[in-house]
Design a protein around this ligand. Sequence first.
Ligand code: ZN
Length: 156
Amino acid sequence: MQVPVRYVVHAANTNLTLPAAQVQALLDAGICWTDGQQRIHSSHTSAQLGEWSIAHGIGVCDFCSGQPIVARYGCVNFTGMGSDGRPMKFFGDWVACADCERFIDARQFSLLSAHCAAAHCKRIPRSRIAKTQLRQRISILHRQFAHHATGEKRAI
Ligand SMILES: [Zn+2]
């Protein structure tokens, strides 16, 4: 299996790590640009980049980074712990693929974190973080999401 290359995009309010295909589409649309140091920037916020990606059918699941996405869950902005263990700001709605949607709607958060940790390890096989620790962090993040979710859900 080929591991998709991911890029960090320096958005107006936070950094995002996105798959190569999504970054290429954002570059092609002129929403992002590269500087002389191969870094990718955008004057848009992470939420605006997310909305553009959803509108153009290239959004990735906020839970496992899978595609395609099928649902969006209303959520207020919050600061939580990212999967790297550092504080991170999360803006607005969260979008989900069909697998994650099933776990979220059934409130099977343990299965959701297992699915996301497995997806992360498949995507980044040489990730420096142990799978159990990653799953723990993801689980904490998902609890934070559940706490801040508004209860609204819409199909994409
Ligand atoms: Zn997913």
